[in-house]
Write a protein that binds this ligand. Sequence first.
Ligand code: COA
Length: 178
Amino acid sequence: MAALAPVAWPPPPIRTERLVLREPEARDRPVFIELLSSPDVHTYLGGPRPRDELERRLPETPEQWPGSFVVDLDGAMIGHVLLRRATEHSRPAAVGKADLGYLFLPPSWGSGYATEACAAALDWLDGALPGEPVVLTTQSANVGSMRLAAKLGFTEVERFHAWDAEQWLGLRTPQTQH
Ligand SMILES: CC(C)(COP(=O)(O)OP(=O)(O)OC[C@H]1O[C@@H](n2cnc3c(N)ncnc32)[C@H](O)[C@@H]1OP(=O)(O)O)[C@@H](O)C(=O)NCCC(=O)NCCS
């Protein structure tokens, strides 16, 4: 994956009904460590990273790049929404397109926060890069993620086998009514 250029970054914080999407800050570092080392978060993502390695290697302010949104609920990070550019290592149907990813802390699951945050990030993308198609890859066994993809308007392009599991590649065609 590559950075999502060219976009003006960072945008002003994006406010939704319950959440704020903003650039990562140094105070988010412990939450990034929690998120990236959580076995529950990585059940369908090839396994978590060791906490001690993250403690040593993560920069003071992690994940500060165009398209990287911290999802903030009541002043604290609960998740990370990622918009990147799919490179030639991706599936042919995805190469060159914007790619959506999302990770939320387990206590925040089941409240619609992921849907609310991803919809806001996609709205931002529609404004920043009009006409941009977006792809999303998830394990088909990841039921919550599959439901989220459907709610966000992604439709199936293909299923394929990689990383020891069936993967689902979805596409969201550009929204033009803005
Ligand atoms: C994938 C993931 C983000 C989904 O989180 P989630 O909380 O289940 O997602 P949603 O925001 O869609 O919320 C789910 C449920 O909240 C419920 N909900 C409760 N209150 C709600 C509200 N006020 N508004 C909307 N939904 C609400 C909904 O009923 C919804 O369930 P449904 O899909 O059956 O309709 C989360 O499981 C996760 O972080 N997993 C680990 C990382 C991962 O696998 N990422 C995928 C890689 S791309």
